[in-house]
Design a protein around this ligand. Sequence first.
Ligand code: KDG
Ligand code: MG
Length: 410
Amino acid sequence: MSTIESVEVLLTNPGRNFVTVRITTSDGATGLGDATLNGRELAVASYLRDHVAPILIGHDPAAIEGTWQYLYRGAYWRRGPVTMASIAAVDMALWDIKGKVAGLPVYQLLGGAVRRGLLTYGHASGAEIPQIFDSIREHLDEGYRAVRVQTAVPGLGQVYGVSAAGASGSGRYDYEPARPGTRPTEEQWDTRAYMRHLPTVFEAVRGEFGPELPLLHDGHHRMTPNQAGQLGRALEPYDLFWLEDCTPAENQQSLRRVRDLTSQPLAIGEIFNSIWDYQTLITEQLIDYVRSAVTHTGGITHLKKIMDFASLYQIKSGFHGPTDISPVGQAAALHLGLAIHNFGIQEYMRHSDPTLEVFHTSYTFADGLLHPGDVPGLGVEYDDQAGDAHGYSPAYLPVNRLTDGTMHDW
Ligand code: KDG
Ligand code: MG
């Protein structure tokens, strides 16, 4: 029987940090998994190196569900982003190995393709309306058929979702919130100013681009349920595809209030890490889209369970796909998204060229649709030489304060 012979943890920073697991079997098969937890990378690396790698040696690489349960139940301390990102990386690597051994892309092992490709949205933003229009046009020119729109807020400086380039109106919009340095940078926030401004932006965007283009927006956990309901109602005339993370959703019940106030489609879950975080949201149909990443939700095995549960309630996927999900995590999301019936949309920001020199991908983006490709396994290879050329370097997500200095949700 083939056994797990080594579990390596690879850290690289080709412009941003990534944590990757590589599992090698006694037969010489290798599999990759993404364990990147933005701003807390070393905690996951240690969890994997010090507590997971030693206890996996000698295990059967084919036993994916059994290994998942071994790491989840065996830890005693369940859930949490560090644990679940670590389990996710091992899970992805084992699916990668299973695909390579079988000579099949992972989506085939999950039941096969349900569609030709995955509808994808990109990130448009700008400080002023003309820059937002330019950014949207740029995405449409690249082939995107759906666009997320983020805007600066008059009177506030750098806010979530608006790149420095986008804000000044120069250069390709490419938002990367994690900033190099040993402390988080600070941003400023005023929810009332944001709520006044945002509907004016969507009115302008709908006026310019017409009724058909799917438009998305991320509230990034900043509103109360009442505020979220009010904003949702104000945006209803502009027919959003979704309003994302309208409240800090640790309190799942608070979404009942939002639902009472607005029919706006809601997407939540990029900071969740298990099916339990969704229990009330799913059974009470308080959301429309599951935002989790494979990377932060225990891997393909666990996110597939969440999606099967969600399918009973007509809730679809909208997997998290910013650049802090590595190409390995992104590939895993594409294989899963292609194989589940209740796929909704996939977030996609192209990784930088230096990142793609470390991670050689085989997924494709054409006519607004992503496809994971047909290479056996996940279809991503890790280039050690390119990876070793960039060591880990501290970087943090920003923190967010109200104008009087009070800490707020970022
Ligand atoms: O690491 C945090 C980012 O991935 C997150 O802020 C991006 O909200 C995000 C999104 O919707 O892509
Ligand atoms: Mg988000």
